[in-house]
Design a protein around this ligand. Sequence first.
Ligand code: GRF
Length: 198
Amino acid sequence: MRNIVILISGTGSNMAAIVRAAAQEDWAQRLGARVACVISNRADAGGLAFARDHGLDCAVVAHRDYPSRQAFDAALVEQIAPFDAPDAPALVVLAGFMRILTPEFTARYAGRLLNIHPSLLPAFPGLHTHQRAIDAGCRFAGATVHQVTAELDHGPILDQAVVPVLPGDDANTLAQRVLSQEHRLYVRALRRLLAAPA
Ligand code: GRF
């Protein structure tokens, strides 16, 4: 059984979409994978309640408790370790996880560390993607699931979803339209990855 470890910082709606799909589609039986653990860098992340309610192992690794990025990432590795085996390496899924990871961390999980970013990468890496897309006059926006490498929001693209930017959109209305597609996109990308031969 392959463990999926999901890292969040906030609402966790992408995490919830993955947890629901894994249950509804019986990923354990069909894809040999289960969502095993949810880790948040914030104790007040809304998504933790959902994860607890669904019987998932939950951990808070508060970045403020660590003196450096290296120390924080080492604590994350320690939390992930029980779910990570040489013959069944964990998939580490960033879902609204708002910390920059060290190159040591991204190298350790290379090829099995995923992120979702709310833009059509390589356009608009970083923050405030929706406002930047509106300001640039984009007619389309979207989201990208990609492998995580040392360079922020730059790893190989696994899948994308496109939505229109509508007249009168502000960053919030556009973010909502993108987010509803993110949920389907992340589930689809994970399903495909898990189904691919090792
Ligand atoms: C999503 O738009 C994600 O792409 C971005 O932050 C938002 C998090 O949403 N990085 P949620 O926590 O999954 O609800």
